[in-house]
Structures are given as structure tokens and as C-alpha cells.
Design a protein around this ligand. Structure first.
Ligand code: SAM
Length: 213
């Protein structure tokens, strides 16, 4: 089912989002599932650390990770989306430990201004926010390797990349070297891949996690 064929109520119900979550149906459609955000919190959460999410959208992942970190930082290019993110963090009670930055993650000065122990980069594979066009995802995105090396140089070596399920292990291995490539299955369906770098790697190579909604 595409995002045009569904409604906010359906997505909220199907994925188990908080009832009053703010978001248009496209943002909700491409957002993380709460069960995966909770899993990440249990895997990487540390109340002494700061986590930044690049391309945070309406903040579904941030909302859950805020529970497990000292501070969270969200970066998104879209001012309206970031407003909804702010409301979501307010309504979930975590705005006091949240910093939101409106900007382009391919801007070096923006990256240099971020102080975080862990960075999540959610590849904005949709390109134009309101166009669902999943053609050649790789060629549509700016070079992954270049951006990841910048995050490593300016912010931290401990990085997680979210990728759509279509991108395979070999692509990331070629681009990034030593990785843990975690395939995330939700209710048996391959939902996304999570690529861990630095000290976040538990096992080099391919791993899987099976989650229930
Ligand atoms: C990658 S998804 C975000 C899903 C979210 N991270 C989650 O886990 O629920 C799409 C977001 O990326 C943002 N985006 C796209 N290109 C960007 C860029 N160059 N810099 C910052 N944000 C960008 C879009 O505005 C959109 O809100």
C-alpha cells in the first residue's frame, strides 16, 4: 500500500504510534516503527550520552530515543516538518532535552556545529519530500561515503545509517568498510536495514532482528 492509499488513522493504528502524534500521512508513512525505535533505545541508549539524528522528520525515532539519552538533537531541512517534530517532542514530554536544527545535512558548517556521541543518519531516499518515486535509489542520493566520512571527522565514529530494504549489504560494505548490517524484520516483513559503525558494531557482517509491532 502506498502513502496515497492510506490515511493517518490507519497508519497510526497499524504501526502503533501514539494516538495524538503530529504528521501528515507521508511523513508518518516513511517514519520509523515505534517497535524499532524502542529496540534501538534498548540497544544503544545511554543516559550519559547525546544522540543526533540527521533527517529526523516528525521525530518518531527521536521521541523514543530521547527516553534513553541525556540529550537528543534532530536535524531536518523542512521547517514545517520540524514544527511537527517540536510538537511531538513537547507532547511526549522530552522537549527539554531536545535541540532541533533546521538545515541541510550536506552543509559542512552545520555538521561541524553538532556535538554528539552517536549519530543516526536516515538516508533521505525519497528525495523530494512529497514524491514517492523509488526508482534508482542509489544514484538519487548524494555520495554516502563522503557524508559518513564527514560525520566521522566532525562529530563521531559511532554512527547508524538507516536504509531502505532495497539497499544491500555489498553496497554498504563497498562504501563504508567494516560494518554490521542489521536487517530489521517487523512481523516477518523486511522493513529496513540498520548499518552500525565504530563501537556500535556488535558483530561484523550481516545480522538480523525480528520485531513485533
Ligand atoms: C529520511 S526521512 C525521516 C524519517 C525519520 N528519521 C524517522 O526515523 O522516523 C525524511 C526526512 O528527511 C528530510 N531531508 C531530506 N533531505 C534532507 C537534507 N539534505 N538535510 C536535512 N534533512 C533532509 C526530509 O525533510 C524528511 O523530513
Amino acid at each position: 500500500m502506498t502513502y496515497q492509499e492510506t490515511t493517518i488513522q490507519k497508519i497510526v493504528g497499524q504501526r502503533g504510534y501514539r494516538k495524538n502524534i503530529k504528521g501528515d500521512n507521508f511523513s508518518l508513512y516513511i517514519s520509523n516503527y515505534p517497535c524499532n525505535a524502542k529496540y534501538l533505545k534498548s540497544r544503544i541508549g545511554n543516559p550519559q550520552l547525546t544522540l543526533a539524528e540527521l533527517c529526523c522528520s516528525i521525530g518518531v525515532t527521536l521521541e523514543y530515543l530521547a527516553q534513553g539519552f541525556k540529550k537528543v538533537i534532530g536535524v531536518d531541512l523542512d521547517k514545517n516538518i520540524l514544527e511537527m517534530c517540536k510538537t511531538n517532542l513537547e507532547e511526549s514530554g522530552f522537549i527539554a532535552k531536545t535541540e532541533l536544527i533546521c538545515g541541510d545535512v550536506f552543509n559542512d558548517n552545520l555538521l561541524k556545529s553538532i556535538e554528539a556521541d552517536i549519530v543516526i543518519y536516515d538516508i533521505p531516499f525519497w528525495y523530494s519530500h512529497y514524491q514517492e518515486n523509488r526508482g534508482d535509489l542509489v544514484s538519487k542520493n548524494p555520495p554516502l561515503k563522503k557524508l559518513i566520512r564527514k560525520i566521522e571527522d566532525y562529530i563521531t565514529l559511532d554512527i547508524i545509517v538507516f536504509s531502505p530494504p532495497e539497499w544491500d549489504y555489498n553496497y554498504f560494505k563497498e562504501q563504508l568498510g567494516i560494518i554490521e548490517f542489521e536487517q530489521v524484520f517487523i512481523e516477518g516483513k523486511h522493513n529496513r536495514n540498520q548499518i552500525y559503525l565504530g563501537d556500535l558494531i556488535r558483530k561484523v557482517g550481516m545480522t538480523e532482528i525480528h520485531l513485533k509491532k
